[in-house]
Design a protein around this ligand. Structure first.
Ligand code: 6R9
Length: 692
């Protein structure tokens, strides 16, 4: 394992290497860094000297042990959690020999624990009962609430008791469809407490997407709320749930209970659609239950949650995470990548409907006893300064957000930022997509006043926690690079044929070996799990991302190499959008590609072929977009519909997306080899129909 942190990429910018050596030596010697910062961004001495991992050497010591003795490394960390009984040392780590064919990852099996107990009861026992666990900030400025760890435990216990009372048992699935109310993490923790498997569905998904997930995991209970205000828009969530359940009933599914939280400011009870016998108001039942509840002790390998994500086929994948390894991994990554200290106030802008909200709103921070800000609203409501108003209001020290938000706020102008103090901020974080260097610099210079290291964390729903990430204070950063692997993670870059590349290189990013936070299966489809992730490059987990490693050993993620596009940090399968378009009766063929988008990172560009004789019109364009909003959700709506009388196909009928990507990004003279096309003239036709 080679990292050359002494050398720098200075030469690329025509700067002498020695100059950078001086900067680095200054860091090592404990002097203030040179004021001039370009492609290397050094942490201040003050920051480093107080950091959990103060130097690259310290990191290397820990990293070496983590890959040479994973069982020992992770067992020592796991021992800091509460276990009813210890795991079997023989299955502490991995058991992953993917070359043998079967992939059965197990960590700490035989160990008996409960993640909710470790998040709440344990922190209270440590004397943190009166510490704020959640600062909840509503959509409207001024609407807020807070819960201490003790109060949070009480709320979780009441819900846990209710769920048990209505028959939810260990292993049962509970589907949660809630906006960012405090009730969302409460519901997740209550499920975990009783050993139920939660499946949170992002509240921006449409009824049809919810129905698809219901049909797959067959929840015993659903937890939702009647409505929510998103900015100035009212969204009737209960209506979406009702439609989803109506759809699922056609597949023979019938739900026991739909527990509905009355979100009064958004909508009154009377206005809410209701099915007597199935629907129950949260406020009518949950507060009546005792504020203490027994914990269901579970095996480390018992399932904790299911989270659906997009892959390269139309059907969303139910990523399954288990209890013990995920607990150890989400907590440890949180602690180190944010240099967490007990006095910190942490805000992650992600929604609990995505993996980031699981690992880094709920579990990771709460396992560390952190104070977490949960924000219901939108960052531009009532104005683009809202985020910084929140930072100042709660004295946020750790802020974790997405490049798309950074870029959209960047466009609004610095004055929305600089009128707030932001001096509480200590570490910034980025997730969801590669952060382009100019957004990185704005985030660093303007938001963080050139004071706060940025943790650009690369990871995935499947990985459970951070995989490649800076450890703030431990080494110089390069804007746009996720830098180095987390403890225990062995990234490898391979070529088309699966050969491991050495040194400076570009290829497909894979991971060797196993780590505690890895997903264990795709729900109900272990074969797809093995085929999609472990067969493409035998011997490795394949991430689906492209990646380069520079001569200093820094990793640079370059985006998805499969048919998944990343829009504002949301993973969207092109096949899912295509099938939504095809649900429109006038659309006979659809091909979707990602194009560069200034704010969203990638935009959705759809080529559609219409039924014979149907003319393309503005009205039709709108109804095609509506079809996608209806099938998936507004966040997946195509940015561009390109009418395609024909699509470029090979003689065997395969759509050549490579060519479509070039057409979509107007790189018309870089189409490459079109000789294998069945009908080369469709390309000219498509170019003629493009916006010029
Ligand atoms: C956590 C999350 C995973 C995909 C992943 C990659 C992209 C996430 C990134 C990043 C570059 C980063 N991605 N973080 N790319 N730099 N820091 O986003 O999970 O929704 O499953 O998406 O997101 O392409 O493969 P998920």
């Amino acid at each position: 394992y080679k990292i050359n942190v002494e050398a720098s990429s200075a030469s690329r910018r025509g700067k002498s290497r020695t100059q950078h050596h001086h900067q680095l030596n200054a860091l090592v010697l404990g002097q203030a860094p040179a004021s001039e910062q370009d492609d290397l961004c050094l942490p201040s001495h003050d920051f480093s000297s107080q950091a959990l991992v103060p130097s690259f050497h310290k990191y290397m010591d820990m990293y070496k042990r983590s890959v040479e003795d994973p069982a020992g490394f992770w067992s020592d960390i796991a021992a800091q959690f509460y276990w009813k009984s210890r795991w079997d040392p023989a299955v502490c780590s991995g058991n992953l020999d993917v070359r043998k064919g079967n992939v059965n990852i197990k960590w700490f099996e035989g160990g008996i624990t409960n993640i909710c107990y470790n998040c709440l009861d344990k922190n209270i026992e440590l004397g943190n009962g009166d510490k704020i666990a959640i600062y909840w900030e509503g959509n409207e400025p001024g609407a807020d609430a807070s819960l201490t760890y003790t109060q949070l435990l009480q709320r979780v216990c009441q819900l846990a008791n209710y769920l048990k009372d209505i028959g939810v048992r260990k292993g049962d699935a509970v589907l949660i469809y809630l906006p960012m109310l405090a009730e969302l993490p409460i519901a997740m923790l209550a499920c975990a407490r009783i050993g139920a498997v939660h499946s949170v569905v992002f509240a921006g998904f449409s009824a049809e997407s919810v129905a698809q997930r219901i049909n797959d995991c067959k929840p015993k209970v659903m937890i939702t709320c009647n409505a929510v205000m998103r900015g100035s828009k009212l969204i009737n969530l209960k209506q979406i749930v009702d439609a989803a359940l109506a759809e699922s009933s056609q597949h023979g599914f019938s739900l026991g209970v739909c527990l509905t939280y009355e979100n009064k400011p958004a909508m009154k009870r009377e206005a809410t659609g209701w099915q007597v016998g199935r629907d129950v108001w949260w406020q009518d039942v949950v507060p009546k239950y005792p504020t203490m509840s027994e914990v269901e002790w579970v095996d480390a390998e018992d399932p904790l949650f299911l989270l659906y994500t997009s892959g390269s086929t139309g059907k969303p994948k139910g990523v399954l995470h288990t209890t013990g390894g995920y607990m150890v991994y989400s907590a440890t990554t949180f602690k180190y990548a944010f240099d967490y200290k007990p006095e910190d106030v942490y805000w992650c802008t992600a929604d609990c409907g995505w993996i980031t909200g699981h690992s880094y709103v709920t579990y990771g921070p709460m396992l560390n006893g952190a104070t977490v800000v949960v924000f219901e609203g939108a960052p531009n409501y009532p104005d683009p300064g809202r985020s910084w108003a929140i930072v100042d209001k709660y004295k946020v020290t750790l802020l974790y957000t997405a490049p798309t938000l950074v870029r959209s706020l960047m466009r609004e102008g610095n004055e929305h930022v600089t009128r707030y103090s932001r001096k509480s901020l200590r570490v910034l974080g980025s997730v969801g997509e590669p952060i382009n260097p100019s957004a990185w610099r704005w985030f660093y210079n303007v938001i963080g006043d050139s004071r706060c290291p940025i943790s650009d964390t690369w990871w995935q729903t499947e990985t459970g926690g951070f995989m490649i990430t800076p450890l703030p204070g431990a080494w110089p950063q390069k804007p746009g690079s996720a830098t180095f692997p987390f403890f225990g993670i062995q990234p490898v870059i391979v070529d088309d044929k699966g050969n491991e590349l050495e040194g400076e290189c570009t290829g497909y990013l894979c991971i060797k070996g196993s780590w505690p936070g890895a997903f264990r299966t795709l729900y109900g489809d272990h074969e797809r799990y093995e085929t999609a992730y472990f067969k493409p490059f035998p011997g490795y987990y394949f991430s689906g991302d492209g990646c380069s490693r520079d001569k200093d050993g820094y990793y640079w993620l370059t985006g998805r190499v499969d048919d998944v596009i990343n829009v504002s940090g949301h993973r969207i399968g092109t096949a899912e959008v295509e099938s939504a378009l095809l649900s429109h009766y006038q659309c006979t063929e659809a091909a979707v590609v990602g194009v560069e988008h200034e704010v969203k990172g990638q935009g959705i560009y759809a080529f559609v072929t219409l039924a014979e004789g149907v003319p393309y019109s503005e009205e039709l364009r709108k109804s095609l977009i509506l079809a996608v909003r209806k099938q998936i959700g507004a966040f997946a709506a195509p940015d561009k519909i390109h009418w395609a009388p024909g699509l470029p196909k090979t003689r065997s009928g395969k759509i050549m997306r490579r060519i479509l990507r070039k057409i979509a990004s107007k790189q018309w003279d870089e189409l490459g080899d079109t000789s294998t096309l069945a009908e080369p003239n469709v390309v000219d036709q498509l170019i003629a129909l493009a916006d010029h």
